[in-house]
Design a protein around this ligand. Sequence first.
Ligand SMILES: [Zn+2]
Length: 307
Amino acid sequence: MATTDRQATTLALAHALSAAERGLAVIPLSRTKLPALRSPHRSSDHTPNQPSNRSSHHDAPEPAAPPCRGECGRPGHGVYDATADPARIRELFTAAPWATGYGIACGLPPHRLIGIDLDVKSGTDSTSALRELALRHLFTIPPTVVVLTPSGGRHIWLTGPPDAVIPNSASRLAPGIDIRGAGGYLVGPGSRTDHGVYATAPGTEHLVPAPCPPSLLRLLLPPPRAPHPATHPSVGNRGQGLVQFVLAAHEGQRNTRLFWAACRAYENGIGRALRAPLIDAAVHTGLTEHEARATIASAARMTGHRP
Ligand SMILES: [Zn+2]
């Protein structure tokens, strides 16, 4: 209903303004959690989702036209529209009266927000996975803002140091743990989406986002590229760690863990060397050899390797 939508927009704007008061830069979001404002550069003859336009796809960005990140002065550049200026926020919401939520840009000063997005979809136990990481790498998540998602997930808000650029990642740390960093955004508390309302976890609404613990920060930084896998000194330990990670899988997480470990192995140039130990470990947890081989093969393809 139109009235309800208008109320949702007013409410979202109010929440967005209060986030901005805390120094957070925001953009209006639609019910689908996507930026509410369309790109002003999208012409009607370019619809990337239509298969008929496949011939116009290029592997490399067009050299002639660097992507506009708002330099044109018009709104509609996704997270690049993000602002903490109340007047500008009102303008963005006026331009997007269908907005029912707002996104908070990560990685921007002064907070340099990092979002630890704990997913509960596809049977992954991301909360245990985070606990396990914390035990292994000796960090504790400090008291900080936590936002509950309509699907039962959680966003843990942390802040980063000025000299680090934290990339976005999906399930790189562990299955079901996504990281929102530079260029990413978090759905702000008070946002309404198709799936429900995002809300601050009770007791955390008045906290300020806490600094990310250093040993967690190290895990969030981009993985160093091993120039020559065979001479990489930590391959042995790293490989052993991945095998242990698979061995410790409970039923229900065996396949996701194996997939995750195999992806990391291929990314680090030890995919081939670790294939047999990973298969052994997976069979030990109860997967069949056939299943294990198929999962590792798909991890190889996923990371651009020959299975
Ligand atoms: Zn532009």
